[in-house]
Design a protein around this ligand. Structure first.
Ligand code: AMP
Ligand code: MN
Ligand code: MN
Ligand code: MN
Length: 280
């Protein structure tokens, strides 16, 4: 059985809102000593073949992955699929529909930002998005920074793009059960991404986890770029209590954007069952 020493099971490329191409992501992960990497672009499988080719005959094993956008209790919840079959037609079709919804949402975000006095934001975001089907909030944020209107992406989210801010538009993504179902049907394992990010009460989080597990979801990100030490301990406790496998995930988007580089997350608490035990 292969023991992985530096797995990183969540990151992005230019096929969604990452800064590096799939090939560049794999090269950087290799340079950082990652031995198991999942490329998990938002609602998109298009980068997987390139990443697999880049990882061939290297010390890095590439797991096909995806990060699916879902809606629950007014929050957007992200569900990562690991070890999916990126050629599975029902999964591809479901993600194509989510991307069509994104295109329509991008127009509404552009209109909201125009009302806030930021004209032509949609054109700017489209210019920055390397995948025309995947214009996301990160591209709007980067455009606003590039225009010199705000110092950094995080500040743009805090002022305009986070839930409830003036440039935010509500959007109906997939249901939690649908996303888990698509992942499982394509042979993958579903992971609840960055649980600390959601504005949910403890009761709502437990309700979300119940729905997620009833649908076949099996794992939760415990160690991740978005988690403080305290949050890591909280979600380690929830993994133990609910019998969830634990994941380790940088959620890397690019150099200098986000808190953690590829393969640089802390280790998992040793008593947890790592999600990669399923991929050894
Ligand atoms: P979207 O899927 O288009 O709604 O965009 C979600 C993406 O926006 C996340 O994956 C991050 O890349 C980025 N994002 C969300 N919240 C923040 C934040 N507070 N600061 C920086 N980036 C963020
Ligand atoms: Mn992102
Ligand atoms: Mn996410
Ligand atoms: Mn992500």
């Amino acid at each position: 059985m292969k023991v992985f020493e530096n797995p990183d099971l969540h990151c992005h490329s230019t096929r969604s809102d990452g800064h590096l191409t799939p090939t560049e992501v794999v090269s950087r992960a290799l340079a950082n000593g990652v031995d198991l990497l999942a490329l998990t672009d938002h609602d998109e499988l298009d980068g997987i073949d390139e990443a697999l080719a880049a990882a061939r005959d290297t010390a890095l094993r590439l797991l096909p992955g995806v990060e699916i956008s879902t809606s629950f209790a007014g929050e957007t919840i992200h569900i990562v699929g690991l070890g999916i079959d990126h050629r599975h037609r029902p999964l591809q079709q479901a993600l194509a529909e989510l991307r069509a919804g994104r295109a329509e949402r991008a127009e509404r975000i552009g209109a909201e930002l125009a009302r806030c006095g930021i004209p032509d934001a949609l054109a700017g975001a489209r210019r920055l998005a390397r995948n025309p089907e995947l214009v996301g909030r990160a591209h709007f944020a980067r455009h606003i920074v590039a225009c010199g209107l705000m110092p950094d992406v995080k500040t743009v989210f805090d002022h305009y793009l986070a839930t409830g801010k003036p440039g935010f538009v509500p959007h109906q993504w997939a249901e939690v059960e649908q996303a888990v179902g698509w992942i499982v049907a394509s042979g993958g394992l579903a992971v609840l991404a960055h649980p600390a990010r959601y504005r949910l009460s403890s009761r709502e989080l437990q309700a979300l986890l119940a729905r997620f597990q009833n649908a076949g979801g099996e794992a939760i990100e415990v160690v991740g770029g978005a988690h403080t030490e305290q949050e890591m301990h909280r979600f380690a406790g929830i993994a133990r209590q609910r019998g969830l496998l634990a994941s380790r995930a940088s959620d890397f988007h690019g150099i200098g954007e986000g808190p953690v580089d590829l393969g640089r997350c802390n280790p998992l608490p040793p008593d947890l069952i790592p999600v990669w035990s399923r991929f050894c």
